[in-house]
Design a binder for this molecule. Structure first.
Ligand code: RIB
Length: 303
C-alpha cells in the first residue's frame, strides 16, 4: 500500500560550509567547500518520505525570492504535492547557514522567515487531505502556535501523528499529548524535560500522558530507543562512514512515518528508519542526501 503522509513544516535554503574543524567563538577558519541546497526539517521529511514511496503533501510557506525556486525544484522532482504551500511577497524564504566538520558533525542557525507565517488557515485549507492521510508529521521550525492546531486537526479525523520536537523548544504537555509518536533526539529530550537527562527511558516516559503514546528517542550512532508507558527497547542502527549528519533526523522521521503508515510493527518501522538515516549520513546535504526506497530496503532487508 502507498502511505499517505501530510507534513506541516519548514523549508529553508541551506547554505553549507564544509571545514576540517568548527571555529571557536571569535576565530576564523578556512572552509574547504560551499554548497547551497534544499533544507528545512519539514521539507526534508517530505522529500525523504516521497523518495521512500509515499504520497506526500507539504503544508508550508516560502518567500518571494530565488530560494523559493530551490523548494519548488526539489518538490516537483520528487513528486511532493505543494498546492497548500503559500508564497509570501513581503518576507524572505527561510535560510539555514550550516557548518559541517570532517567528522560529519554539524552546527546550524535557522532564520525562519516565511516559515513563521504558517497559519491555522493554511491547515484548514488542507483539511480534506489531512482527513484522508495515514499520518501527519509536524516539527517546531514554525510558529509554535500552529503545532497543536495541526495535531488537533489530524486527531479530529482519527489520523495518526508524529511530533518531531526539533529544533529544541519548550512545548506544553497539552501539545505533547496530541502526539501519537514523539521523536526527540537527546538534546530535545533534555529541553522537553527541562533539565539533565540521566536516563533516556525515564525522561521520555515522564512526557507520555496517554497509555497509547510512544516516544522514539534518536541516539545518533547508537540507533533509537523506543519508550512506551510500560516498556523500553533500544534498536541499534547500521554502521556507516558519516560524511554529513545534516538531515539524518528528518530522514528518520520520514521513514518512521512511512513504515508505520504501511502497517509495519513499531520495532520494524524503527529499524527501517535507522537504515534510512544511516544511508542519509553517507552523503552531503540535507534533502539531497535522503535515500531512495530500493537502497533503504537493501540495507534493511539485508539484500
Ligand atoms: O535537520 C536539518 C535541517 O535543519 C537543515 O536542512 C536546516 O535547514 C535546518 O532546518
Amino acid at each position: 500500500m502507498t502511505a499517505k503522509i501530510v507534513v506541516v513544516g519548514s523549508f529553508n535554503a541551506d547554505l553549507v560550509s564544509y571545514m576540517k574543524r568548527m571555529p571557536r567563538p571569535g576565530e576564523t577558519v578556512h572552509g574547504e567547500r560551499f554548497a547551497t541546497g534544499a533544507g528545512g526539517k519539514g521539507s526534508n521529511q517530505a522529500v525523504a518520505a516521497a523518495r521512500l514511496g509515499a504520497d506526500v503533501t507539504f503544508i508550508g510557506r516560502v518567500g518571494n525570492d530565488v530560494f523559493a525556486e530551490l523548494a519548488y525544484e526539489i518538490w516537483d522532482a520528487e513528486g511532493v504535492k505543494r498546492e497548500f504551500v503559500k508564497r509570501d511577497s513581503d518576507v524572505a524564504t527561510g535560510v539555514a547557514p550550516i557548518l559541517v566538520d570532517s567528522s560529519g558533525e554539524n552546527m546550524i542557525v535557522v532564520v525562519l522567515g516565511a516559515n513563521r507565517r504558517i497559519q491555522q488557515s493554511d491547515i484548514d485549507a488542507a483539511r480534506e487531505r489531512i482527513a484522508d492521510a495515514d499520518m501527519l508529521v509536524v516539527q517546531l521550525e514554525v510558529n509554535l502556535d500552529i503545532v497543536p492546531y495541526a495535531l488537533q486537526t489530524a486527531k479530529a479525523y482519527g489520523v495518526a501523528t508524529i511530533l518531531n520536537p526539533a529544533p529544541a523548544a519548550a512545548i506544553s504537555a497539552e501539545t505533547i499529548q496530541l502526539a501519537d509518536y514523539l521523536t526527540p533526539n537527546e538534546i530535545e529530550l533534555e529541553t522537553l524535560s527541562s533539565g539533565d537527562v540521566d536516563d533516556v527511558a525515564s525522561a521520555a516516559r515522564a512526557l507520555l500522558t496517554r497509555h497509547d503514546q510512544t516516544a522514539v528517542v534518536t541516539l545518533g550512532a547508537e540507533g533509537a530507543r523506543i519508550v512506551t508507558p510500560e516498556d523500553s527497547l533500544t534498536v541499534p542502527t547500521y554502521a556507516v562512514d558519516a560524511v554529513d549528519t545534516t538531515g539524518a533526523g528528518d530522514t528518520f522521521n520520514a521513514a518512521l512515518a512511512v513504515g508505520l503508515s504501511e502497517g509495519a510493527a513499531l520495532e520494524d518501522a524503527v529499524r527501517f528508519a535507522n537504515a534510512a538515516a544511516a544511508l542519509c549520513v553517507t552523503k552531503p546535504g540535507a534533502a539531497d542526501s535522503a535515500p531512495y526506497r530500493a537502497d533503504v530496503d537493501a540495507l534493511y532487508l539485508g539484500q
